[in-house]
Write a protein that binds this ligand. Structure first.
Ligand SMILES: Nc1nc(=O)c2c([nH]1)NC[C@@H]1CN(c3ccc(C(=O)N[C@@H](CCC(=O)O)C(=O)O)cc3)C=[N+]21
Length: 299
């Protein structure tokens, strides 16, 4: 049976360290790290995540502001708010919750965020830094950054020569994940919906990352014995066994099957999800350290 990778507990450790480093920063005379979370519209799932981000920011000792804006607001109004946050010296990190309503160009909004406050790591400057290995000053997207910390817990920091297969090629997870694994000396393959014989490819992976958004797509017989399996998916599916109208969360990996063969595997919930929020705090802290002219702490 695979080792269960406890993302919740690793995330709690990251938050504890952020909290301690926030105190150290303030002892040096700098101001509190400030995080602004912007949410447009009333999507209930988004509301839950945003509330959790604001709560964790407070727990870290941050200055935390939340802008909850009406779904009908114009792109221009949103860009004006981003401009104000860019200019506000009390704010080190800006996160605009995605998805945005259809009449707002998300790409335009993301590129309007000052790169040094882009704690999601979605701005071209940060994408380019990750792609060229400028990891000292890049902001790395939170989900792949958190996944990488979990992989390092199992396999150490140098992943030289390991085969990594990333299933999914999104800008938010798959591509940055592939770049991080490459920077750690893995041999990386990025698979997607057009990949031929995905199961056979997955079976070559010492590190298998599933980030496709398809419930339980990765089956037990896709997993190489001893592999480290990172399940990025969070899918809510019907759970009639729990009662009529009930739902449950599952990942992109069929957990019970995969856990028989894997060496280590992340659960859903309690795996990558909590790490995403913890790394948002770590990125905001890093931004505050850099703004104060200090070396950014590593995680
Ligand atoms: N600009 C932007 N940045 C994001 O990072 C971002 C976003 N937009 N939009 C939405 C997604 C989603 N996301 C999650 C964060 C934590 C959990 C999490 O903590 N999940 C828990 C449980 C969740 C539950 O019970 O519903 C877990 O996996 O254990 C999930 C999802 C960040 N996102």
């Amino acid at each position: 049976m695979a080792e269960l990778i406890d993302g919740k507990s690793v995330a709690e450790g990251v938050v504890r360290r952020v909290k301690a480093l926030t105190i150290e920063l303030m002892e040096k005379g700098a101001q509190k790290p400030g995080l602004a979370v912007v949410i447009v519209g009333e999507d209930p799932a988004s509301q839950v995540y945003v509330a959790s981000k604001s709560r964790t920011a407070k727990e870290c000792g941050f200055h935390s502001v939340q802008h909850t804006l009406p779904a009908e607001m114009s792109e221009q109004e949103l860009l004006a708010i981003i401009g104000e946050l860019n200019a506000d010296p009390g704010i080190n990190g800006i996160l605009v919750q995605l998805p945005l309503p259809g009449h707002i160009d998300a790409g335009k909004v993301i590129q309007a965020i000052a790169p040094q406050k882009d704690v999601d790591g979605f701005h071209f400057i940060n994408v380019g830094k990750l792609g060229t290995g400028e990891l000292e000053t890049a902001f790395v997207p939170c989900t792949p950054a958190g996944s990488m910390l979990l992989i390092e817990r199992v396999r150490g920091k140098d992943l030289s020569g390991l085969n990594a297969v990333v299933v999914g090629r999104s800008n938010i997870v798959g591509k940055p994940m592939a770049n991080l694994l490459l920077a750690a000396n893995c041999t990386v393959t990025v698979a997607h919906s057009r990949t031929k014989d995905l199961a056979a490819l997955a079976r070559t992976a010492d590190i298998l990352v599933a980030a496709v958004g398809r419930p339980e797509m990765v089956r037990g017989d896709w997993v190489k014995p001893g592999a480290t399996v990172i399940d990025v998916g969070i899918n809510r599916i019907a759970a009639p066994e729990k009662g009529e109208g009930k739902t449950r969360l599952v990942g992109d990996v069929a957990y019970a099957e995969a856990a028989k063969t894997a060496g280590a595997i992340t659960p859903v919930p309690g795996g990558v999800g909590p790490m995403t929020i913890a790394m948002l705090m770590a990125n905001t802290l890093a931004s505050a350290y850099l703004a104060a002219g200090l070396k950014r702490p590593s995680f």
